[in-house]
Design a protein around this ligand. Structure first.
Ligand code: HPA
Length: 269
């Protein structure tokens, strides 16, 4: 991380309206932003948050929604948009700074596991970082007095907290599959050979997000859960060409189920 990162986090956190002290947060993936509609949360556009870059991808709203207990980010910053890793994980640090200790990451993903079907919600049990980088490369972020915000070398052994995986299952209306998520940079979708590689490596899902955020959350000692919405079979699993519109469309179809799940999980935390 670049020098001065901790100060950026402080500036961003200070620009968020006071009076909210959320302890849990949800990050909504591509095509899933509609989940915040009608919640009655206070909506803070990313543009009003100091240090936040602007989102660019279609299907992302770009608002931080706040209630007394919870925060929901409709939109996130992807590496493929050209954002430096510092910016990709900045929101996680800011959420932590305003009190969040439990994080639910959601995403749209392609299924590498042939037993999955578009429309499935899958609980992430682990991940594989195929991004070729890590948000913590560079100086370990430290506050102005030199205190590091977290350990240089930190454990990723139980990144997706087992009790929270159970909680998600107990809130779901059907038993959800549990799988390993592999992150590619995108923005091109994978080739069939890359998907076969991911499968051989042990992945069930492929996507372009989540992993940097999960790493940042673990650095900060947060509890993490992940839920993927399978929007398509990954390249080569079927001979269908992939289209972003289809990804957004399937996301919309499962939005209501995911919304219910998210609200139930938040209520039980
Ligand atoms: N690959 C990568 N990211 C994705 C996919 C996919 O097939 N579907 C939705 N996001």
């Amino acid at each position: 991380m670049k020098a001065g990162f901790a100060e950026r986090v402080e500036r961003a956190a200070a620009s968020i309206p006071s009076g909210f002290r959320p302890s849990a947060a949800v990050i909504l993936g591509s095509g899933l932003s509609g989940i915040v509609d009608g919640l009655g949360y206070k909506e803070v556009p990313f543009g009003d948050i100091a240090e936040f870059p602007r989102p660019t991808v279609h299907g992302h709203k770009g608002v931080l929604c706040l209630s007394e207990r919870n925060a929901v980010m409709a939109g996130r910053f992807h590496y493929y948009e050209g954002h430096p890793m510092d910016d990709v994980v900045l929101p996680i640090f800011v959420l932590h700074a305003i009190g969040v200790r439990t994080l639910m990451l959601t995403n749209a993903a392609g299924a590498v596991n042939p037993d999955y079907t578009p429309g499935d919600l899958v609980v992430i049990k682990d991940h594989i970082n195929l991004l070729g980088t890590n948000p913590f490369i560079g100086p370990n972020p430290a506050s102005q007095d030199g205190t590091a915000l977290g350990q240089r070398f930190f454990d990723m052994g139980t990144t997706y907290t087992p009790e929270l995986r159970q909680l998600v299952q107990s809130c779901a209306q059907r038993t959800l599959k549990e799988g390993v998520y592999a992150a590619f940079t995108g923005p091109s979708y994978e080739t069939p050979a890359e998907v076969r590689m991911a499968r051989t490596l042990g992945a069930d899902l492929v996507g372009m997000s989540t992993v940097p955020e999960a790493i940042a959350a673990r650095y900060l000692g947060m509890r993490v859960m992940g839920v993927s919405c399978v929007t398509n079979m990954a390249a080569g699993i079927t001979d269908q060409p992939l289209a972003h519109d289809e990804v957004v469309e399937v996301g919309k179809r499962v939005e209501a189920e995911l919304k219910r799940l998210i609200l139930d999980v938040l209520a039980k935390l």
